[in-house]
Design a binder for this molecule. Sequence first.
Ligand code: DAT
Ligand code: MG
Length: 138
Amino acid sequence: MSNRTFTMIKPDATRKGDTGAILNHIVKAGFTVKAMKWTKLTAEQAGLFYEIHKERPFYGELVEFMSSGPIVAAILEKENAVADFRKLIGATNPAQAEEGTIRKLYAASVGENAVHGSDSDENAAIEGDFFFSKLERF
Ligand code: DAT
Ligand code: MG
């Protein structure tokens, strides 16, 4: 089992000024930042990142939203990183997320849900490689 995961703070959260609070939450939960960048995705880049969802009915909306403003991308390290981070962020739909989770605290809807977290070790590696070169992480 890998000890890394990948996250993005999504455009709804950067727009609301919640970036610092969310990063604080992540670091206080024991994750170490191994790479981080503030950037903005084009629709084409967002479409590639979420290609796995291209047949889903919300794909167009997701791509438009994810390219609508700045994001923060980061590689995080912790024992059991993928599962522990999914637990920290809570359910995809904030209405169903547990109290105290990042999505419960900062997300407004299932479409605009504040943070991304990788769903497997394999995808964590693929997603980290999408954003960061070897020189940009340690
Ligand atoms: P997660 O981000 O929890 O891994 P996912 O991989 O199923 O969720 O979906 C990716 C993103 O797509 C999700 O964070 C927000 C958006 N999304 C998922 N389900 C949706 C829905 N029913 N309506 C609108 N957007 C949705
Ligand atoms: Mg997912």
